[in-house]
Write a protein that binds this ligand. Structure first.
Ligand code: SAM
Ligand code: ZN
Length: 288
């Protein structure tokens, strides 16, 4: 996976889809920051992402530095590479000629956005996430990806109808805003865990179960603004070391309920390395 800051041309293309979160005006680059005509100004961090989430706008659900460290290590080991490949395979046919503008809502470290951009030679992608720790990675995930801090439950700082594909991988979904930023007929591609995802591991370690109602809820949140056009279950098995299991648990929602020490103690009861099932649904919707 390349690890480069956004190229100037891709950054300009992505800047043209961003809007000022305060007044909705277009944004321009100026001396290490991004500004609107109304003089609202947002810093571009040393790592390259734009800090659009300013002041007391914080999302409590943002990944912490420790969660991002665990996620970077786990994804870097390639355990979810087949899932990234399946996602890229689902997105590629939605982007004729390998072009288009992608928005990854809850992009995390940019791992999936980078994999999708690798399959689309002329596309650009914007990653939004509430975690600055995640965006430090996302800002360097791919030369055609840029990133900005944002809370996806707020109106997105993105122009109406300016996006061809919204990606949403294990992250919060704001159906109304995804629909607004998509061009008519644009696509939303969502990755959700099935009830089988990591099931054996969760049982052995006493961790949170996947909400089996998730897929129904997903359809309800998207409402009648989206038409389901396809869904494929992706499954593969990963064989995990103790360190992999630690990273897998500490990068996810269970990290908020178990300490690393508790987890290490629970790991004593496991036979390692441990085969674990990865099982996710890759769903494609069209904006109607
Ligand atoms: C389970 S992680 C998935 C990250 C990435 N899509 C991946 O699969 O590697 C969920 C991500 O959503 C982000 N997040 C949580 N609440 C958010 C919010 N309200 N707005 C934006 N991002 C949010 C977290 O910071 C985290 O990066
Ligand atoms: Zn403004």
């Amino acid at each position: 996976m390349p690890a480069l800051p956004v190229a100037p041309e891709a950054r300009l293309r992505l800047l043209s889809v961003l809007t000022c979160p305060h007044c909705g005006e277009r944004l321009d680059l100026a001396d290490g920051s991004v500004r609107c005509a109304g003089r609202h100004s947002f810093d571009v961090a040393r790592q390259g992402y734009v800090g659009l989430l300013t002041g007391n706008m914080r999302a409590g659900s943002a990944d912490t530095a420790d969660m991002v460290r665990a996620r970077t290590a786990f994804l870097g080991a390639g355990h979810y590479a087949p899932l990234a490949g399946a996602l890229a395979g689902a997105v590629a046919p939605l982007c004729p000629n390998g072009g288009g503008t992608l928005l990854d809502a809850g992009a995390g470290t940019g791992y999936y956005l980078a994999a999708v951009l690798d399959a689309l030679p002329d596309a650009v992608g914007l990653g939004l996430d509430a975690s600055k720790y995640a965006l430090r990675q996302a800002a360097r995930a791919h030369p055609r990806a840029w990133a900005a801090t944002w809370d996806v439950w707020r109106p997105l700082p993105v122009r109406d109808g300016s996006v061809d594909v919204v990606l949403n991988v294990f992250a919060p979904r704001n159906g109304g805003e995804f629909h607004r930023v998509l061009r008519p007929g644009g696509a939303l591609v969502v990755v959700t865990p099935t009830a089988r995802h990591l099931a054996g591991l969760r049982e052995s370690l006493g961790l949170l179960a996947v909400d089996a109602d998730k897929e129904d809820r997903l359809r309800r949140t998207l409402g009648d603004r989206f038409r389901a056009v396809g869904a494929e279950t992706h499954e593969h098995t990963v064989v995990l070391s103790a360190e992999d299991v630690m990273n897998l648990v500490l990068m996810g929602p269970s990290a908020r309920h178990v300490t690393a020490d508790e987890l290490r103690a629970r790991l004593e009861g496991l036979t390692l390395p441990l085969p674990v099932a990865v099982s996710c649904l890759v769903s494609v919707y069209r904006a109607v």
